[in-house]
Design a protein around this ligand. Sequence first.
Ligand code: CDP
Ligand code: CDP
Ligand code: CDP
Length: 225
Amino acid sequence: MKKLSIAIDGPAGAGKSSVSKILAARLGYAYLDTGAMYRAVTYEALERKLERPEDIVSMTEKLDMEVKPDKDVMHVIVDGKDVTPYIRTPEVSGHVSEVSAIGGVRTAMVAIQRKQAEKGGIVLDGRDIGTTVLPKADVKIFLTASVHTRAVRRFKELTEGHPEMTMEDVEKEISRRDYLDSHRDISPLKQAEDAVLLDNGDLTLEGTAEAIIHICRSRFPGFDA
Ligand code: CDP
Ligand code: CDP
Ligand code: CDP
């Protein structure tokens, strides 16, 4: 059986990265968290205090970005430095949608993503995988849940490090990012025509992974997980 390329798109807190990791481990596939790449560019732009899109693009084009899968989390190495611990702060989350709306930033990231995916046997999660990065992916899932459900999930994760954030703040921040990501001109967050819509509001992470494996089996008889 050939190794599939699996695209998982959807809004923040849908469970994309958690489910992608479960799938990749179970299938023995690679995993690429494309959101982490946009977060790393955003972190670097903030560090260098760059605001103008053209400056952010020229910085991005010169970055040496490496992605390294690990057991738990995908590491992003920028110019030799592992920036993974710094890319999920509220500050980066608050700027990432603006940075990732810049065309030149997307062109550079998409090139790296396609290169990683060229041999198949990979699960990619993001916003534009099924529509732009891999329009010919073998299996495309659009994973979602209500804004409230997603905010509750994120709130649980965040409260430890940031007790100052309220549930309302988290829900607002997620809605804002969903809006910006869905309304940008280039590669907006959107379900690909041939993607399967999966609302996992009532599913566990394991249940969601199982549902996706079921979809792979129904598309590719002989697919074994
Ligand atoms: O995990 P969470 O949903 O909070 O976000 P993420 O997947 O880490 O993505 C962070 C941001 O990167 C998103 O809100 C998008 O603005 C951007 N992104 C994108 O534009 N295209 C992708 N393929 C992945 C992420
Ligand atoms: O990558 P994305 O932003 O789509 O979501 P995530 O970071 O994988 O998931 C956000 C949080 O929701 C994590 O803490 C997951 O464990 C949790 N989650 C859950 O408990 N049940 C689900 N069906 C999906 C996500
Ligand atoms: O360089 P060239 O124009 O031949 O290739 P590209 O722009 O990288 O990709 C051509 C088309 O194939 C685009 O629609 C890509 O999105 C798609 N593609 C894909 O579906 N899967 C890949 N692994 C690479 C490209």
